[in-house]
Design a binder for this molecule. Structure first.
Ligand code: ADP
Ligand code: MG
Length: 261
C-alpha cells in the first residue's frame, strides 16, 4: 500500500533519514523499531507530510504522494496520530472527536440560514459516530470528561479514536504505548487489532515495547542510522546479529529476555 523509495531527510549536514527503502503491505500491522535517533519519527513525519523530504519518493497504492500536505493525505485516508493539542484540552472527549471530520457543511456556509437543517443533520450524524467510536474503544463513560483530565493512556485511546471519525486506510502511530500502564496498553492493542481485522485498517507503528510489538506486528522493520537494517517477524529480527549489534548499548538482548522493551 505504501512504498518508500530511497528516502532522504537531512538537517543541514546531518542525515536523519539516509536512503530508507521499505514497503507497508495493505492489511498489515507493520512495526518500526530501532535505537533512539535512528530516524523513525523523521521518516513518519516525511511520509505524513509534516516534513518535506530532501529526496526520494513515497507512493500510496501506486500514486506518488511525496511531499503532499497532511490535509491532502487525510483525504486519501493516510493519518498520523497527534497528541491532543493544548487548545482542545478544555473540550470534552466527545467534542474532540466531533472536531475531526473535515469539510463539514457547517464550516463553509455557517452563516447560511437555508442550510440550517442540513447542518443539524450532520451534527446528529457526527454525534452518533462519536458515540460509536467511544463505545468501540470502551471509553464511552468518559465522553463528557474534559480531554485535559484524561490519563496518558486514555489520551492515546482518544488519539486513536480520532482516526475512526473518518475513513482511514492507513494509520501511523508514533509510540502510542509510551508511558501507558499495562491495562490500558492492552486496551489500545485490542483496539488496533480489531480496527485491523474488522475495519481493514493498515497500521505502521513505532514502538519500543518489544512485547507489544511482538504481539501485534508482522512484519517488523528495523531502522538504524537513517536506513532500514532488517525486516522480518519479531523472532527473526530478535535473532538478527546486525540488529543486536545496532542495539548494543541500549541492550535489546536484556530487554528481550526480560520481556519488556
Ligand atoms: N528538526 C530537526 N532538526 C535537526 N535534527 C533533527 C530534527 N529532527 C530530528 N533530528 C535528528 O535526527 C535524528 C533522528 O531523529 P528521530 O527521527 O526523532 O529518531 P527516532 O524517532 O528514531 O528516535 C536524531 O539525531 C535527531 O536529533
Ligand atoms: Mg521517535
Amino acid at each position: 500500500m505504501i512504498v518508500v523509495d530511497d528516502l532522504h531527510r537531512h538537517f543541514g549536514g546531518f542525515r536523519a533519514v539516509d536512503g530508507a527503502t521499505l514497503e507497508i503491505a495493505e492489511g498489515s500491522i507493520t512495526g518500526l523499531v530501532g535505537p533512539n535517533g535512528a530516524g523513525k519519527s523523521t521518516l513518519f513525519n516525511v511520509i505524513a507530510g509534516v516534513l518535506p523530504p530532501t529526496s526520494g519518493q513515497v507512493t500510496m497504492a501506486g500514486d506518488d504522494i511525496t511531499g503532499l500536505a497532511p490535509h491532502e493525505l487525510f483525504h486519501r485516508g493516510l493519518l498520523r496520530t497527534f497528541q491532543i493539542a493544548h487548545e482542545f484540552s478544555s473540550m470534552t472527549v466527545r467534542e474532540n472527536l466531533m472536531m475531526v471530520p473535515a469539510g463539514q457543511t457547517g464550516e463553509s456556509i455557517w452563516s447560511s440560514w437555508t442550510r440550517r437543517a442540513a447542518i443539524r443533520d450532520e451534527e446528529r450524524a457526527l454525534l452518533r459516530k462519536a458515540d460509536e467510536v467511544l463505545e468501540f474503544l470502551t471509553i464511552d463513560h468518559l465522553k463528557d470528561e474534559k480531554a485535559g483530565n484524561l490519563s496518558g493512556g486514555q489520551k492515546k485511546l482518544l488519539e486513536l479514536g480520532r482516526t475512526m471519525m473518518v475513513d482511514a486506510r492507513i494509520v501511523f502511530l508514533d509510540e502510542v504505548g509510551a508511558g501507558v500502564n499495562r491495562t490500558l496498553l492492552n486496551t489500545i492493542g485490542d483496539a488496533i487489532q480489531r480496527l485491523n481485522r474488522e475495519r481493514g485498517y493498515t497500521f505502521c507503528m513505532i514502538e519500543h515495547d518489544m512485547e507489544f510489538i511482538g504481539r501485534l506486528c508482522d512484519p517488523v522493520i528495523v531502522m538504524a542510522e537513517g536506513k532500514v537494517l532488517s525486516q522480518g517477524t519479531i523472532d527473526e529480527i530478535k535473532s538478527d546479529e546486525r540488529v543486536i549489534e545496532a542495539y548494543l548499548g541500549t541492550g535489546l538482548k536484556n530487554k528481550a529476555a526480560a520481556g519488556a522493551g
